[in-house]
Design a protein. Structure first.
Length: 321
């Protein structure tokens, strides 16, 4: 008998075909809608594997309903939506999909740096609304990216990939991380800084830390007040790391100059969210890793993790400690 796997969303066919060959599948087939909690609760006790997305909350009470679950495989690098401790207690492997999305996400972080600094979205709307009457000396002027100081909070794979891109723009690179990385400092020409120092010195602050108890609400009023009035905050990690109310105040009052946000506390961000009223914010719908190639790769790796795990082998990307 084939192991049974629950898939919480319609996934790319390349991954689904693999899964279908190896397992009996129970699928939530809505393209754009996460599976309701009731669907997960109904099936979690019946399956050996779970293929989920970052929109599924795999918490302790759901895990407690499982009785034969061996592997939880998320099609994401971030796994803050899964209670890994609760899974570990029951001997359930939790796997994710790092590496393949590193460069793609770094590209998007850089796209947000350029879009916010040079006011790309605002300028495009300005033109399309017919407001462009003539070339003028200070029209849509923004901030210099070339040669500016970039502060990266969270120096993992994506942090390094952003730093590599920044070298091409001759930026001075500072980073803040749980632990210092002397080898990466040498290789990438960057310097470690305390959080305060980084916030004070940087023209661009890019948040790339994982979302944990320590990083929740890490950037709030006190931290934003340390930043330069010309500084720009970019968040491509998780919304909960930045306090959105404090960020709105800081952007509105000119405490900082602009923000580029790919992630929000609540996703999809409600359309009446105050941040969406500001012209100095570029907002994106959590598309950091959204290139066709990368999403295909992520889908495949999540399937392979599940296949190895359910075959009794150790998958490549296990997150349990
Ligand atoms: C992840 O994988 O955690 C990103 O947020 C989406 O690709």
């Amino acid at each position: 008998m084939k192991p049974i796997v629950l898939i919480t969303r319609k996934v790319p066919e390349i991954a689904r075909a693999l899964l279908q060959e190896a397992f009996e599948l129970i699928e939530w087939m809505e393209e754009e809608e996460p599976a309701p909690r009731s669907f997960l609760e109904k099936w979690i006790g019946e399956v050996d594997g779970l293929y989920c997305l970052l929109t599924d909350k795999i918490d302790e009470s759901l895990i407690a309903r499982s009785n034969r679950l061996k592997v939880i495989s998320t099609m994401a690098v971030g796994f803050n939506h899964i209670d890994v401790a609760a899974a570990s207690k029951r001997g359930i492997l939790v796997t994710h999909t790092p590496e393949v999305l590193t460069e793609t996400t770094a590209d998007l972080a850089f796209a947000l740096i350029l879009a916010t600094a040079r006011r790309l979205v605002e300028a495009s709307v300005f033109l399309r609304e017919g407001q462009w009457k003539t070339w003028s000396p200070m029209l849509m002027t923004g901030q210099e990216v070339y040669g500016a100081t970039l502060g990266i909070i969270g120096m993992g794979r994506i942090g390094e990939a952003v730093a590599r891109r920044a070298s091409g723009f001759d930026m001075k690179i500072l980073y803040h991380n749980r632990n210092q990385k002397p080898e990466a400092e040498m290789r990438l020409g960057m310097a470690y800084a305390g959080l305060e120092e980084l916030l004070q010195a940087s023209d661009f602050v890019v948040v790339l830390a994982p979302y944990t108890q320590e990083t929740a609400d890490m950037i709030r009023k006190e931290q934003l007040q340390l930043m330069k009035p010309s500084a720009i905050l970019i968040n491509v990690a998780r919304g909960g790391i930045v306090n959105e109310t404090d960020l709105y105040d800081a952007l509105q009052k000119g405490t900082i100059w602009a923000a580029g946000l790919d992630v929000f506390d609540t996703e999809p961000v409600p359309l009446d969210h105050p941040l969406l009223t500001l012209t100095n914010v570029v907002t994106l719908p959590h598309i950091g890793s959204a290139s066709i190639q990368t999403r295909m790769q992520m889908a495949l790796i999540a399937a392979q993790n599940l296949m190895k795990g359910l075959a009794g082998e150790r998958p490549n990307f296990v997150v349990n400690p």
